[in-house]
Design a protein around this ligand. Structure first.
Ligand code: ADP
Ligand code: MG
Length: 324
């Protein structure tokens, strides 16, 4: 990554949820990656593969079962109270569901101003009102709407309010957890474009979680693919889309229709058979082995580790074990 500075370093992160006395659900099971300042890292994978849990554990919303998360070199679980408060300001979240994440009975102004008050970013009511109105303009809403209640707004408008709330405290890092999945298709692109614009203007670093590979490509510098609690491949967006290595990534990509019929004909379609196994009882070895058409003997007994097979291109798959 040359001279790029790491902002978030995730090392062997695990998050297990106890189910009952005998069972543990391994939602995130030994995931490592680094996010560099100013980039957008997309994380994709099917529903239930652990994206939300990973995102939340990375920013300290959930306590990790084990592993480390460093933010600008500091372990987020070993911060002083002052450092922790600064961290909760610098790292903001955009939620999947703009209905459940915003209190419908609160006024827009109060939702956006809350963080500014907590972190003492404004010194007078007049300054606060001005700041909120400016934020509403930045997210494409009418500043006069500050006095309205959240329940008066549509899903897309609510997500803009959620974005304004996140930006109100001048964050450095945005954890966007499927921020458009709950919105009408007609407004999805607008909200994505807004996020991209704000990210560029403010030099934000983003982790962008999605289940749709086609959308993530356009907004991510790099993309990581998750399967059943594991990260299976990570590469620059273009590389991942043009030269995917992991059979699961290939299968996800071949599910995306290509508009050009010539390319479509030449494509090597890979069908995903079967269902995602339960994270309470994942297959031994590679979690993907029971659905993989390339599975070899060792795949069902040895868990593959992520290795860098080309500069910046990581894959966890026994097919690439012989490569450097
Ligand atoms: N708070 C929780 N308690 C118990 N299990 C959970 C909890 N949150 C998520 N899970 C489980 O962890 C797995 C991963 O969930 P999640 O991180 O939400 O996946 P994704 O965001 O990729 O859909 C799922 O099997 C889900 O049921
Ligand atoms: Mg999720």
């Amino acid at each position: 990554m040359g001279d790029k500075k790491p902002i978030l370093e995730v090392k062997h992160l695990k998050k297990y949820f106890p189910v009952d006395a005998k069972h543990t659900l391994k939602a995130v099971d030994d995931v490592s990656f680094t996010i560099y300042e100013g980039e957008t890292l997309g994380i994709v994978g099917e529903s239930g593969c652990g994206k939300t849990t990973c995102g939340r554990t990375c920013i300290g919303v959930y306590e990790a079962t084990s592993g480390e998360v460093l933010y600008k070199g500091k372990d987020i679980n070993k911060m002083t109270a002052v450092e922790r408060k600064e961290f909760t300001k610098k790292v903001q979240m955009i939620f999947q569901d703009p209905y459940s994440s915003l209190d419908p009975r609160m006024k827009v102004h109060d939702i956006i101003a809350e963080g500014m008050q907590i972190h003492k970013l404004v010194s007078s009511k007049a300054e606060e009102i001005k700041a909120v109105q400016s934020l509403l303009e930045q997210v494409g809403l009418n500043p006069e709407h500050a006095s309205r209640y959240v329940h008066e707004f549509s899903g897309g408008q609510r997500q803009r309010i959620g974005i304004a709330r996140a930006l109100a405290v001048n964050p450095e890092f945005l954890m966007c957890d499927e921020p458009i999945s709950a919105l009408d298709v007609s407004v999805q692109a607008q909200v994505v474009n807004l996020l991209v614009k704000l990210q560029k203007e403010r030099g934000l670093t983003c982790m962008f979680i999605a289940h749709d590979l086609s959308m993530v490509k356009h907004i991510s510098d790099r993309v990581g693919v998750m399967y059943l609690g594991n990260l299976v491949e990570l590469a620059d967006s273009d590389v991942l889309y043009q030269h995917p290595l992991h059979p699961y990534t290939k299968a996800l990509l071949s599910a995306i229709p290509v508009p050009d019929p010539d390319i479509e004909r030449q494509r090597n379609q890979i069908r995903l058979e079967g269902e995602v196994p339960s994270p309470m009882n994942p297959p031994a070895g590679c979690h993907f082995c029971n659905r993989c058409s390339y599975a070899m003997e060792e795949c069902s007994c040895q868990t593959p580790v992520m290795r860098e097979v080309e500069p910046g291109h990581f894959v966890a798959c026994h097919l690439y074990d012989e490569m450097k």
